[in-house]
Design a protein around this ligand. Structure first.
Ligand code: ADP
Ligand code: MG
Length: 696
């Protein structure tokens, strides 16, 4: 249960005086349902209204507040013309302009003969810049209401229907209503860094009053970013300790199956694979529970590593499960793993959401009886009726599609099962710390021998016909082609039509050799097309991003990506990883449409210049920010609201060390500071982590 002192922070927004249901709903859409979510919605800048001038002294353009007397109204002559109100002071005349003024609004707010204060952006024009006007003033108030004009007003990211004015008001009221909290940061540190306390930081950021406040905004933001990062690191440390506390088991197979498999493989393991397997085996051997992340570029041989870890569990008489994010990938894993494992007499089953009724029941029976030794599947594996006889190892091939919390719930299945997470896009160290800080990590930093580098070229879309015509040769040499069209949710219909059209176009050139696969197709249809492409029936696969998740067709040597400017760097890298898997040299053609933004240009250049996943990941972080690198932005799993990992990396390291220190001296969070830190965890929605304290 959340401590009482925090109740005001978690009250629904409607509880704020002056905030109605409608505004509350809009705010909720923007940043979340509670007042604390609003307080963590950071402004991106501010409008300074402190400049109060006479009309004659107003600048060429800029935001000012002016005291005026209203002279005369000129309602619009036609529907399209503006409503003009002439006002004056003792130095000159100013026109206030409204377009599409509503009803008698202008007459109400600017009654003739009255004194009013207007605040907004002025513009001078005409001969000698003698004329001056204010278009749609932000504020129009009488002298008694003057305090309604904020001196410095914040600019926030907004949502349709919600004005900055209302949001400013809501945040201000919110801040006033919040109780003081004990500081959870080490006072020596805040002093050294020159950081304000939590409440002051919120005030400085959301309601700066003067020059002094404006100067402190940077420090205040750092303070809050650090709060957020410390909450993240501390939560991960607590969760990790909790998982470790659940007794693990020592898994130590006799190596017989692994030797048989190794002897049957047409290749030997790379030294990186051998090293990572050693790390995994040591973890499995230890009575502690394994929580390990395996990072490696596409094609570096992670699946092979996972297979050997699973065989270790099988040798010891237990079961192992491998979970993939999509049906296609689960199928692919099943095909490659069962082929190898079956030769060594290991029973492998596949379970996806597509298995229904009797067939599903049969699979479940085999899992429950222990007849199935390696179980491969999708999310379906974790539905309640899947009962394992003795699950000792769970491998999650996650490709960034699962969040920390999801991962936690997955690991509940086998209470003491070891856990291995594989990620295909290398993650910059910085991000690995925040996202996987609860895990040990291994890196497969070497590709299997014989891989040819991929030549990457960036071309304007205008050269599409030329590119298509050139495929003739590729096909004649017995090679296959991926042709990728983007699929963005917002423009799904148009994108699907474009993919369909491209399919028809290519099919006219290479009749009968072209297939189409997209995310809206039925799973079985999609599989059928992929199968044909992997076999001999099709040579060109037009696809939306469905192929991103890891199909393996070694004879594919060309990848064309249309609208490459619309893809993220990590995504492009993933896609490109689909080729260059065989003996022959491969080519990736990135077609772009203008206009090309600066970042899009930088992304395409990075793609052309390097094939190193780690370099690409670092570059991606710099270009886009953390949420998008992890692909969590769309899935609503964004980790940070305040901290920006592309600039706050040093803070993250500090927070990590701080969390370690706290765990060393007060891992029950029971000291004074510890109690305050619990508040911090709640404020940043780390309730799960606090719960682990009770359990202990
Ligand atoms: P990842 O899962 O990292 O994308 P995979 O494990 O699917 O990579 O391996 C990609 C391809 O490389 C597969 O066809 C696999 O059989 C092959 N492979 C894996 N390890 C080796 C190795 N040590 N030597 C040669 N080929 C390998
Ligand atoms: Mg793989």
């Amino acid at each position: 249960m959340r401590p009482e002192i925090l109740f005001p922070f978690f009250a629904p927004l409607e509880k704020l005086p002056g905030i109605g249901k409608k505004t509350a709903l809009l705010c909720e859409k923007l940043c979340g349902p509670a007042i604390v979510d609003l307080l963590f919605h950071m402004p991106t800048g501010f409008i300074d209204r402190r400049l109060k001038t006479k009309i004659a002294d107003a600048p060429q353009t800029g935001v000012v507040t002016i005291e005026v007397i209203v002279d005369r109204h000129y309602p619009p002559a036609t529907r399209k013309s503006p409503y003009k109100i002439v006002c004056h002071d003792d130095t000159g005349v100013i026109n206030v302009i409204f377009f599409h003024a509503y009803g008698n609004y202008p007459a109400q707010v600017l009654p003739v003969g009255e004194k009013r204060f207007i605040s907004g952006k002025v513009e001078r024009f005409g001969l000698g810049n003698a004329q001056i006007q204010m278009l749609h003033p932000d504020y129009i108030v009488s002298e008694t209401e003057l305090d309604k004009i904020p001196e410095i007003e914040c600019v926030y990211p907004l949502t349709a229907g919600l004005s900055g004015k209302i949001l400013n008001k809501a945040v201000r009221i919110g801040i006033e209503k919040m109780p003081d909290l004990p500081d959870w940061q080490d006072p020596a540190m805040t002093k050294r860094e020159g950081w304000p306390d939590f409440q002051s930081a919120l005030k400085i950021i959301h309601c700066p009053q003067n020059e002094d406040d404006l100067k402190k905004i940077k420090a205040a933001k750092q303070r809050l970013a650090y709060d957020e990062l410390l909450a993240n690191q501390l939560a991960l440390a607590l969760v990790r300790r909790n998982m470790r506390r659940v007794a693990g088991r020592s898994i130590h197979g006799d190596g017989k199956i692994r030797k048989a498999v190794l002897d049957a493989l047409p290749f030997s393991l790379t030294s990186a694979q051998i090293r990572v397997l050693k790390e995994i085996n040591a973890d499995m051997d230890s009575p502690l529970r394994m929580l390990r992340l395996v990072q490696g570029d596409v094609g570096s041989g992670k699946t092979m590593v996972a297979l050997f870890a699973m065989l270790n569990a099988v040798e010891s008489g237990a079961q192992a499960a491998l979970m993939a994010p999509t049906d296609i990938l689960a199928n692919q894993h099943f095909n490659s793993v069962s082929k190898i494992a079956a030769a060594a007499g290991v029973a492998v089953v596949l379970l996806t959401g597509r298995d229904k009724g009797k067939k599903r029941q049969e699979i479940l029976n085999r899992i429950a009886s222990g007849q199935a030794q390696i179980i491969i599947g999708t999310h379906a594996l974790f539905s309640e009726d899947v009962v394992f006889k003795d699950l000792a190892l769970t491998v999650v091939d996650e490709q960034h599609k699962f969040g920390v919390h999801q991962r936690l719930s997955l690991s509940e299945k086998g209470r003491s099962a070891d856990m291995l997470v594989m990620t295909a896009t290398p993650i910059p160290r910085t991000l690995a710390l925040t996202y996987y800080g609860d895990m040990e990590s291994s890196q497969i930093d070497e590709l299997p021998p014989g891989r040819k580098p991929i030549a990457t070229r960036v071309l304007p879309a205008a050269r599409l016909d030329e590119v298509a015509a050139a495929l003739n040769r590729t096909l004649a040499e017995g090679n296959k082609v991926y042709w990728v069209c983007p699929l963005v949710e917002e423009s799904e219909k148009i994108d699907l039509a474009a993919a369909q059209e491209r399919f028809e176009y290519l099919n006219r050139l290479f009749a009968g050799r072209v297939g189409l696969a997209h995310g809206k197709m039925k799973g079985s249809e999609k599989d059928a097309v992929m199968q044909k492409f992997a076999g001999n029936e099709l040579d060109i696969l037009v696809a939306t991003t469905v192929i991103e998740v890891g199909v393996d067709v070694p004879s594919a040597t060309v990848m064309v990506i249309e609208h490459a400017e619309r893809f993220g760097l990590a995504q492009l890298h993933q896609l490109r990883g689909r080729i260059g898997r065989g003996e022959k040299a491969s080519t990736c053609l990135l077609l772009y449409a203008n206009p090309l933004s600066q970042t899009a240009k930088a992304r395409l250049t990075a793609m052309r210049e390097t094939q190193d996943g780690f370099k690409i990941a670092e570059e991606d972080l710099t270009l886009r920010g953390a949420g998008e690198v992890l692909g969590t932005k769309q899935s609503g799993l964004q980790e940070f609201k305040i901290a920006d990992l592309s600039i706050d990396r040093d803070l993250l390291t500090m927070a990590r060390n701080d969390a370690k220190y706290i765990m060393n001296i007060d891992d029950g969070l029971s000291s004074e500071r510890g109690k305050a830190l619990r508040l911090l965890l709640y404020l940043f929605h780390k309730d799960e982590a606090v719960k682990t304290l009770k359990a202990g």
